[in-house]
Design a protein around this ligand. Structure first.
Ligand code: ATP
Length: 341
C-alpha cells in the first residue's frame, strides 16, 4: 500500500539546514495499522506529508496505492488523494457549520449529486455513531465527537488509506480509547489501511500491528508490535516501551534485593503469545537448590495477543541457577539478566 524507499528531505532556513528525513525506508502492507512514533521534531509529520503528496522528497521513491508520486501529474495526484483520508489532531472542521455540512464538504467540492451526498453522509454517520448529531453545530460538540466527525469526513471518499496525524493527542484517555476502537473497527470491517503518527506508545499498543520508531529523521527500529515491544533494541525504543510496560525492578524493591546475603541472579522474563500458556515459573520453582522470588510483574495486551513480564530473583548456587535458566530458555521465553546496582 505504501512503499517509501531511501527517502531524504531537507529544509533550509535562516538557522541552517535541517535533515527532516534521512534515508528513510518503510513498507506498509494493505490491512496494516502502522504506527510511526517519535519525539517532537523526529520527522513524523514530514513523512506523512510525503505520503499524501504535500511534500516532495529530495531523493528516494514514495509509492502509494501502486503509484510513484514523483511521476504523477496534478490530476493523477488529485485522483490518488481521493483514495487517502486524513484525520488531524485539531480536527480541522468548520466550527460554525453543522456536522452534516462538514462531512459533506469533500463531496460538495467534488460536485457529487445531492442524493448521493445524502446517502454517503448518512452511511458514514452510522459508522462513527453520530446519527443523532447530524444537524448539530461543530462548536456544540465535545472533542471526541469532533474527531468522530473528522473521521466521518475522511471516509466519505471511500479511502483505501487513512493517514492519522496525532488524531488522539488532544483527547482525554477515555475518549482516546473510544476513537482508537473506532479506527480499529474501520480497519477491520472496511479494510482501510491506517498509517498513524503519534508520540504516545499507548496508541501503538492499543491498535497497531506494526510500528516504526523515528529519531532525528531516521527510522531507528521497526517491525511487528510484538517484536518491537518484546525486544526493543535502541535506547529511544526502550524509553517508549517503558512508558507502557513496567519491565524494570521497582525502586522500592531494589534495596531489599541488595540486602540478600545468599548468591542470586535477577532475570527478566517476557512471555509472548503461546509461551504465556506454559507453566515455566512453576517448573523452575521445582528446580533443586533454587528459590524463586517474584520482584515485579506486568501483563499487557498487544496486537490481539498478550505479553507478560516477570522479574525473578533466583536464589541459590550458580549450578542450580544455571539449571533453572536452562529450563526457562527451553520454553522459548525471552530472558535477560538484570544487574542490580
Ligand atoms: N516547512 C519546514 N521548514 C523548515 N523546517 C521544517 C519544515 N517542516 C519541518 N521542519 C523541520 O524538520 C524537522 C522534522 O519536523 P517534523 O514536523 O516532521 O517532526 P515531527 O516528528 O512531526 O514533530 P512534532 O511531533 O513536533 O510535530 C524539525 O526539525 C522541523 O523543524
Amino acid at each position: 500500500m505504501i512503499q517509501i524507499e531511501h527517502v531524504s528531505k531537507t529544509f533550509s532556513g535562516k538557522y541552517g539546514t535541517v535533515h527532516a528525513l534521512d534515508d528513510v525506508s518503510i513498507h506498509v502492507e494493505k490491512g496494516d495499522i502502522c504506527g510511526i512514533i517519535g519525539f517532537s521534531g523526529a520527522g513524523k509529520s514530514t513523512l506523512i506529508r510525503l505520503v499524501n503528496g504535500l511534500e516532495t522528497a529530495d531523493s528516494g521513491k514514495v509509492t502509494v496505492c501502486g503509484k510513484e508520486l514523483s511521476t504523477l501529474k496534478k490530476p493523477e495526484l488529485r485522483a490518488l488523494r481521493r483514495k487517502i483520508g486524513m484525520v488531524f489532531q485539531q480536527f480541522n472542521l468548520l466550527e460554525s457549520k453543522t456536522v452534516y455540512h462538514n462531512i459533506a464538504l469533500p463531496l460538495i467540492l467534488a460536485k457529487t449529486p445531492k442524493v448521493e451526498i445524502d446517502k454517503k453522509v448518512k452511511e458514514v454517520l452510522k459508522i462513527v455513531e453520530l446519527e443523532d448529531k447530524k444537524d448539530t453545530y461543530i462548536s456544540q460538540l465535545s472533542g471526541g465527537q469532533k474527531q468522530r466527525v473528522g473521521i466521518a469526513r475522511a471516509l466519505t471518499t471511500d479511502p483505501e488509506l487513512l493517514l492519522c496525524d496525532e488524531a488522539t493527542s488532544a483527547l482525554d484517555p477515555q475518549t482516546t480509547e473510544s476513537i482508537l476502537k473506532l479506527l480499529k473497527k474501520i480497519n477491520r470491517k472496511m479494510g482501510v489501511t491506517i498509517l498513524l503518527i503519534t508520540h504516545q506508545m499507548q496508541v501503538v499498543q492499543m491498535i497497531c500491528n506494526k510500528v516504526a520508531v523515528m529519531e532525528s529523521g531516521k527510522i531507528v527500529e521497526s517491525g511487528s508490535v510484538l517484536e518491537v515491544f518484546g525486544s526493543p533494541k535502541m535506547p529511544v525504543t526502550k524509553r517508549f516501551v517503558q512508558t507502557v510496560i513496567r519491565d524494570q525492578i521497582p525502586d522500592s524493591i531494589i534495596s531489599l534485593v541488595k540486602e540478600q546475603k545468599e548468591n542470586f541472579r535477577v532475570d527478566r522474563l517476557k512471555f509472548i503469545g503461546s509461551s504465556v500458556k506454559r507453566p515455566v515459573i512453576s517448573d523452575i520453582c521445582k528446580t533443586k537448590g533454587v528459590v524463586v522470588n517474584i520482584l515485579g510483574a506486568a501483563v499487557q495486551e498487544l496486537e490481539d495477543s498478550v505479553m507478560c513480564v516477570f522479574i525473578l530473583q533466583l536464589i541459590g548456587d550458580d549450578e542450580s541457577i544455571d539449571k533453572a535458566e536452562a529450563e526457562i530458555d527451553k520454553n522459548g521465553v525471552l530472558r535477560e539478566r538484570l544487574e542490580v546496582e
